[in-house]
Design a protein around this ligand. Structure first.
Ligand code: PEP
Length: 256
């Protein structure tokens, strides 16, 4: 059985002090839901404080991006070695980095390889624009993103990778994809992974949905067979909402 994973992507929100106060306020409330993997992804500058505050808990920390080079003249960027020992996860290919920082499919693949080489677990984000969705191009667009992201990644690394299907038109808009549609596209991602790696690996792979997930729609997503949790933006910034999401994920999968 795949362990559901709920990851909060805080984006460019919360100062280091606010981030530490936030995790201190929720960590005890998240503790009972041990069957769901719980992750927070604060901005880089908050990572040391948050990692420290969460020491001794089962709540994992993630970064929001990583560069593929080891070091060098890449102003503003963070190398994978800088995250080693600090975070477990790193989000790669989020649509906002693709849109505002020019992250391409090829760069996503390089970032994934670099992250894995440093023992980091990538959360690979993919998803289509409204235009592509309305033109009926979702499956082929997502397939291209997935095949590029996984190029030359050996099957032995797959247990350390999570995929997040996040239709761009659903991110931060309040306009979420229906649970059935999200399940259908995530199922098609599993078929692509099966084509590359075989059924056993594809069936073990965790694939999240992301896009305006909130406590009110969490159960619908978690009731779908292919959906293994959520990558959450807005709702992960609110203490009660984030704890509720994790609790509902536990309950919906029939876990204690
Ligand atoms: C995200 O940024 O990954 C996201 C899903 O945001 P939101 O939940 O706010 O739509």
């Amino acid at each position: 059985m795949r362990t559901p994973i709920i990851a909060g992507n805080w984006k460019m929100n919360k100062t280091p002090a606010e981030a530490v106060a936030f995790v201190n306020a929720i960590k005890d409330n998240l503790a009972p839901y041990t069957a769901v993997e719980r992750v927070v992804c604060p901005p880089y500058v908050a990572l040391p404080g948050v990692a420290d505050a969460l020491k001794g808990t089962e709540i994992a920390v993630g970064a929001q991006d990583v560069h593929w080079e080891e070091d060098g003249a890449f102003t503003s960027q963070i190398a994978p070695a800088m995250l080693e020992g600090l975070v477990k996860y790193v989000i790669i290919g989020h649509s906002e980095t693709r849109a505002y920082q020019g992250v391409s499919d090829e760069m996503v693949n390089k970032k994934v390889k670099a992250a894995l080489a440093h023992g980091l677990h990538p959360i690979i984000a993919c998803g289509e624009s409204l235009e592509i969705n309305e033109a009926g191009g979702t499956r082929s667009f997502v397939e291209k993103q997935i095949r590029a992201a996984f190029a030359d990644i050996p099957a032995s690394d797959l247990a350390n990778i999570v995929v997040a299907y996040e239709p761009i038109w659903a991110i931060g808009t309040g306009k979420s994809a229906s649970a059935e549609l999200a399940n259908e596209i995530i199922g098609s991602i599993r078929v692509i992974l099966e084509d590359i790696y075989g059924a056993d690996v594809a069936n073990a792979m965790r694939i999240q949905y992301g896009g305006s997930v909130k406590p009110a729609n969490m159960v619908e997503y978690m009731s779908q067979p292919h959906i293994d949790g959520a990558l959450v933006g807005g709702a992960s910034l609110k203490e009660d909402a984030f704890v509720d999401l994790v609790r509902l994920a536990n309950e919906a999968k029939g876990l204690s």
